[in-house]
Design a protein around this ligand. Structure first.
Ligand SMILES: C[S@@+](CC[C@H](N)C(=O)[O-])C[C@H]1O[C@@H](n2cnc3c(N)ncnc32)[C@H](O)[C@@H]1O
Length: 268
C-alpha cells in the first residue's frame, strides 16, 4: 500500500464521522473515492498520510466543513430532469390560482442551478415585481457560494430556453467574457443558506413546493424516511414535493399522493 492511501481503519472512521455529521452513507466500496477526494486537502496541509489527516479532521470544525465540501457529490445543471420543469410550468404555475407568491424550497440546491431554473419559470409566469420566493439550501458551503454569486460558464446556458435567457440573464463582457449571470432583479427572489437535511426540523417555514431531488440516494432507508418527514413538516397542505426520477418515496407517508414520476402532492 502506498503511504498516502487511506487504510481501511482510517476510511471506516472517516465514513462513520461523515455519516454522523451528514447522514451520507459510504460503504467500503467508496474507499477509493474518499481517498481520491481527500488527496487535494492532504497536499494543501502537507500531510503525508491520511491517518494524520483523520486526526486533524476530528479535532477541527473548520476542517470538517472543508471535508464535507470535498466529500459531497454536487452534480447538477439547469433544467435537470426536464419533465419536472414541464410539470411545474404547465401543471402547477399555469393551473393553480394563488393569492400570494409561490414559496419554493430547493432542499439540496448544490450550486444553485435548480433554484434558478425554478426562478426563471416563476419570472416568466408572474414577472419580477410579484412576491414569489425561492430558498436554496445545501450542506456544502463552497457550492452555496457559487449559487449566491449567480454567475455561470456560458456553456451551461445551453440548457436554458432562449426566451428565458434573453429576458433574465446577461452575458459577461471584458473580464467576465465566457460567463453569464442572472439579472439582479431575478436574483433578489432567490436566497441560499446552509442547512443540514439530517438535522431537522426544517426551515420553520411553510412552502408550496419543495424539491428534494437527487440527494436521497446518498442515505440509508431509515434516514431517507426521516428526511422526508422533516421536509414534510415544512410543506403546506396541498403543497408539492418533487424527488429525483430514480428516487421513489412511494409508501413513505400515507399523506403523499403520487402524481407523476417523482412528483407527490401532500394531502394531510
Ligand atoms: C447531486 S446534488 C443534487 C442537486 C440538485 N438537487 C439536482 O437535482 O440537480 C446533491 C446535493 O445534496 C447535498 N447534500 C448531501 N447531503 C446533505 C445533507 N445532509 N444536507 C443538505 N444537503 C446535502 C450535496 O452537498 C449536494 O450538493
Amino acid at each position: 500500500m502506498i503511504a498516502n492511501d487511506l487504510s481501511q481503519h482510517d476510511f471506516r472512521q472517516i465514513a462513520r464521522w461523515l455519516y454522523e455529521k451528514t447522514g451520507i452513507y459510504m460503504n467500503d466500496s467508496k474507499q477509493p473515492l474518499v481517498n481520491g477526494r481527500l488527496q487535494k486537502r492532504l497536499r494543501e496541509l502537507q500531510l503525508t498520510n491520511l491517518s494524520a489527516y483523520r486526526k486533524c479532521l476530528m479535532a477541527d470544525e473548520n476542517e470538517q466543513q472543508l471535508a464535507i465540501n470535498l466529500l459531497t457529490t454536487n452534480e447538477t445543471y439547469f433544467f435537470r430532469e426536464p419533465k419536472h420543469f414541464d410539470f411545474i410550468s404547465h401543471e402547477l404555475l399555469h393551473a393553480e390560482q394563488k393569492q400570494r407568491g409561490w414559496q419554493v424550497w430547493s432542499a439540496a440546491a448544490s450550486s444553485g442551478e435548480e433554484a434558478y431554473s425554478i426562478a426563471l419559470l416563476m419570472a416568466e409566469r408572474y414577472g419580477l415585481a410579484s412576491s414569489w420566493q425561492i430558498v436554496g439550501t445545501d450542506i456544502n458551503t463552497q457550492v452555496l457560494n457559487t449559487a449566491r454569486r449567480g454567475i455561470y460558464p456560458i456553456q451551461a446556458a445551453a440548457r436554458i430556453p432562449q426566451n428565458l435567457l434573453k429576458s433574465f440573464c446577461v452575458k459577461g463582457k471584458g473580464k467576465d467574457e465566457g460567463w453569464f449571470m442572472f439579472k439582479p432583479a431575478l436574483r433578489d427572489h432567490v436566497t441560499f443558506t446552509r442547512y443540514n437535511l439530517i438535522n431537522g426540523p426544517g426551515l420553520g417555514q411553510s412552502f408550496d413546493l419543495i424539491l428534494l431531488r437527487n440527494v436521497l440516494i446518498y442515505f440509508e432507508l431509515a434516514d431517507k424516511q426521516r428526511i422526508v418527514q422533516n421536509v414534510l413538516s415544512n410543506l403546506r397542505p396541498g403543497g408539492w414535493l418533487l424527488v429525483g426520477h430514480s428516487e421513489s418515496i412511494n409508501g413513505y407517508d400515507p399523506r403523499l399522493q403520487t402524481v407523476r414520476t417523482g412528483c407527490y402532492r401532500f394531502m394531510p
